[in-house]
Design a protein around this ligand. Structure first.
Ligand code: UDX
Length: 440
């Protein structure tokens, strides 16, 4: 099929490359000329395992290209809208500027019978409005809403082999035609047995935010248990193991620690709550404010724990931060708990040194005032406190004895705060460390 993808950020770049690998003829469009140039050279603009290879093979096959020229979409029959919906500047709601602009640009270029497919995460009700617009100005084209559930670090796999595919289709006779077109796009995944759920627009929009709200709630739930565990002397990791054995609960997304960040979960729960309030339904998801508050409290808790290590004052103390991206296998520092903690300690006068396998350049752009050391040994040398904030494999597998030799030779044990609860407390303690986990 001839496909266009409008917006080549995380979602769009991966989607375009994945669609080309399935045999479709794809043009990706973005307003950012530097990004288009990079993608056209087969370079992934962010760290995402497997994306570079997918781009290179797509470009070599001749089925994938990138451009800044929106006119090039005219030959396509299916147009994916994958632009960002960031948190708005003034409040908590989603900023729809880019989605609206993409639709406005697409409308005059839509061939009869073509299909616009929304992928961006939008407030419920958006698709209905966009469908109305399309119907007025390009009545022979249709709209579907097809949310994306990709996780950073697994984006290629999640796009090519999703857990499920959701189509939000129009409520009229066009529904069948739209479903058939999307079946052609996703033929491979469907043949492999990927479950398909066909819904109306509102359900499809809600599926996405509901999924993210559920995941965020699960994480904040276990972090709330961590707060309690800490005071009563319980161990939240054992608690999570024990409740996770119940299949109805499940162990995944029950890792207590410094909490969730990234470009999706935090902004999506805020936008969901804001949309519910607009609809007069604020009460239904009022708990999401609590989920957000628990999550943000984790960051200040780690800062307070670091302060307590030094009797309440971190000024002048050399603190090494292991990991700055919002999660491992990603260079994304958007709403990163680790970066927030690093900045918080810096603002309290600590001599903070940050290391990360991939996230340093992005963090440096946002916070040039912090000191960065790409080599973990350099970062650890002379540390008076080490805080593991992002659970990269290289940090999880640090040798406590060797690490102890690197840090400062202060009297008494060195201290590590394991803000992701991924280290083995016993072996760290045995290697002359004071080990502090969260909620254990
Ligand atoms: C998320 C959703 O998983 C994905 O389906 C959606 O499309 C986009 O948002 P992503 O932002 O890539 O994906 O990250 P995810 O793996 O979900 O992790 C989110 C955050 O939660 C990370 O900061 C992670 O460290 C944290 N987390 C995750 C925990 O703190 N504890 C856990 O048990 C799991």
């Amino acid at each position: 099929m001839k496909i266009s993808v409008i917006g080549c950020g995380y979602l769009g770049a991966v989607h375009a490359a994945a669609m080309a690998s399935l045999g479709h003829d794809v043009v990706g469009v973005d307003v950012d000329a530097a990004r288009v140039e990079q993608l056209s050279l087969g370079e992934a603009p962010f760290y995402e395992p497997g994306l570079g290879e997918l781009l290179t093979s797509g470009l070599a096959s001749g089925r994938l290209r990138f451009t800044t020229d929106i006119d090039e979409v005219a030959a396509a029959s299916v147009h994916f809208v994958a632009v960002g919906t960031p948190q708005s500047f003034e409040g908590q709601s989603a900023d729809l500027t880019y989605v609206n602009a993409a639709i406005e640009e697409l409308i005059p270029r839509l061939a009869p019978g073509s299909l616009v497919v929304g992928k961006s995460t939008v407030p419920v009700g958006t698709a209905e409005q966009l469908a109305f617009l399309i119907d007025q100005h390009a009545p022979q084209a249709s709209l579907a809403w097809n949310p994306e559930f990709l996780r950073e670090g697994f984006a290629v796999r999640d796009t090519l082999r999703p857990d499920r595919i959701v189509y939000g289709v129009p409520g009229d006779k066009d529904a069948e035609r739209v479903e058939k077109l999307l079946d052609q796009v996703y033929a491979q995944a469907l043949t492999q047995g990927t479950p398909k759920v066909v819904t109306n627009y509102a359900t499809a929009e809600l599926v996405k935010v509901a999924a993210n709200a559920f995941l965020a709630t699960k994480i904040s739930f276990i972090n709330a248990m961590a707060e309690i565990s800490e005071v009563v002397g319980a161990d939240v990791t054992q608690l999570a193991d024990a409740i996770g054995h119940d299949n109805r609960i499940g162990r995944r997304f029950l890792n207590a620690g410094v909490g969730f960040g990234g470009g999706c979960l935090p902004k999506d729960i805020r936008a969901f709550a804001a949309r519910a309030e607009e609809l007069g339904l604020g009460e239904s998801v009022a708990f999401l404010h609590e989920v957000d508050a628990i999550n943000m409290r984790r960051r200040s808790h780690v800062i307070e724990l670091a302060e307590s290590v030094f009797g309440g004052d971190v000024s002048g103390k050399r603190i090494t931060i292991l990991g700055v991206s919002f999660k491992p296998d990603s260079d994304d520092i958007r709403d990163s708990p680790a970066l927030d903690v690093a900045v918080g300690l810096y603002e309290r006068g600590a001599a903070v040194v940050v290391t990360d396998p991939q996230g340093i350049e992005n963090a440096r752009q946002r916070h040039p005032e912090l000191h960065y050391a790409p080599d973990p040994s350099d970062a650890l040398a002379g540390a008076e406190l080490v805080i593991l904030l992002t659970e990269w494999t290289e940090y999880k597998s640090l040798d406590p004895h060797l690490t102890r030799l690197l840090v400062s030779d202060q009297a008494g044990p060195a201290t590590i705060i394991d803000a992701r609860n991924v280290l083995d407390p016993a072996s760290w303690r045995a290697a002359d460390w004071r080990y502090l986990g969260l909620g254990r």
